[in-house]
Design a protein around this ligand. Structure first.
Ligand code: HEM
Length: 365
């Protein structure tokens, strides 16, 4: 197998990590680690490129064979990386950039359309490591994907610190680190029940509005899956055994208030915070819970979006719809949407705090 000069390898690796971090993530997701949250190129040889990839199972190295291997010339590396990038885009349903063709190492035009591969940051947000001063340190260091000027990007940027707070709450960390009991998990699913009753009621009322329909295809509806999960977790009398914590009551009240008001962008703000989360970190939560408690479908049906088609494709379409909606709003209203998403994260974070308190109280009772 051909080994390249170390200087060549480090130049390619530096270029990929410095200028194409999101391509690294796309390649990892397309070639073996579909739920990768972080991916850094660490080496290559004549047969393959090597990436260090993190997902819910931890960090491991991933070798991806060059489509045209074996290669021995420096110029061939660039060609193979481009081919790999394009086939990753194809597999994930993401539109590839054009600039690779013209100037693979030149300036960057930015990611068209705000695709999922364009959001590698925070994705790998290391739990419990460091705070989130207005966004965590790994926030958005790379101008490219972050600066496409789209509404969905701006929304993500404006709210990612709040996301990190939710993600990093003790209750959530215990779930992710497989330290939570099945009762803890059931208590969280119960909160989902109350929230999704309100959210899906709002969505039903807005279904006839063409601005909303694209956000809420039938396959997104979660309530039947939540009910099935609760039955699995708590038994047939689950309805008598669940209770909303105070933060959930406030959360639901806010969604109902917006529904009564009929403020569509505000409802989208809540819709986005939950459903895009379910399609993102939610997938990791499902894996952790299923693995810890030995669930095979039942119990984690809430996170199963098989009927949606591809998750990356739907998320890309969702972000496009967010962009369309955002473009129709003036700056003040855009800001109100950001604030509403931050409020939604806040309700989620406080729900975790309440759940945490509840189990502490149960433990000492
Ligand atoms: C352990 C908990 C969590 C983890 C590991 C996690 C992880 C992630 C990751 C990796 C992404 C980026 C996905 C991508 O760009 O393709 C993401 C996005 C997102 N998450 Fe979370 N998350 C967690 C908790 C939450 C919670 C509690 C919420 C709110 C209820 C939430 C809402 C969202 C939303 C709305 C997005 C989309 C952001 C955007 O790209 O615009 N997440 N999450």
């Amino acid at each position: 197998m051909n080994e390249f000069d170390p200087a060549v390898i480090s130049a390619v690796v530096a270029h990929m990590n410095g200028d194409h971090p999101e391509d690294n993530l796309l390649i990892a997701r397309a070639f073996g680690r579909p739920e990768a949250t972080e991916s850094t190129m660490i080496g290559l040889d004549g047969e393959a490129g090597v990436w260090r990839v993190t997902d819910a199972d931890g960090t491991q190295d991933l070798r991806v064979t060059w489509p045209g291997w074996p290669i021995s010339e420096r110029a061939e590396i660039r060609r193979e990386v481009v081919v790999l990038y394009k086939s990753a885009c194809e597999r994930l349903g993401v539109q590839p950039r054009e600039e690779h063709e013209a100037a693979p190492q030149g300036g960057h035009a930015g990611h068209p359309g705000g695709h999922p591969g364009g959001h590698p940051h925070g994705a790998g947000h290391p739990h419990g490591q460091g705070g989130h001063p207005g966004g965590h340190p790994g926030g958005h260091p790379h101008g490219k994907a972050e600066s496409d000027g789209s509404f969905s990007q701006a929304l993500r940027e404006a709210t990612w610190g709040d996301h990190s707070d939710s993600e990093g709450s003790t209750f959530m960390e215990d779930i992710m680190r497989r330290r939570a009991t099945v009762e803890d998990y059931a208590a969280m699913v119960a909160q989902h029940y109350f929230v999704y009753v309100a959210l899906e009621e709002a969505s039903r009322l807005l279904a006839a509005d063409p601005r909303f329909a694209v956000f809420h295809p039938e396959a997104l509806v979660r309530l039947p899956a939540i009910e099935a999960d609760l039955e699995h977790l708590l038994g047939p009398d689950w309805r008598d055994r669940i209770e909303a914590v105070p933060a959930t009551e406030e959360y639901v009240a806010r969604i109902r208030e917006l529904t009564a008001e009929g403020w569509l962008p505000g409802i989208v703000a809540h819709h986005y915070t939950r459903y895009l989360g379910d399609l993102s970190g939610g997938q990791m939560i499902a894996r952790a819970v299923a693995q810890q408690h030995g669930f095979d479908g039942a119990g984690v049906a809430f996170y199963d979006f098989a009927e949606l088609g591809g998750i990356p494709e739907f998320k890309a379409a969702y972000r496009d719809a967010l962009n369309t909606l955002g473009e129709s709003l003036d700056e003040v209203e855009q800001q109100r949407v950001f604030d509403e998403v931050r409020a939604a994260y806040g309700f989620n974070t406080r729900t975790f705090v309440d759940l945490d308190r509840g189990r502490a109280a149960a433990a000492t009772a």
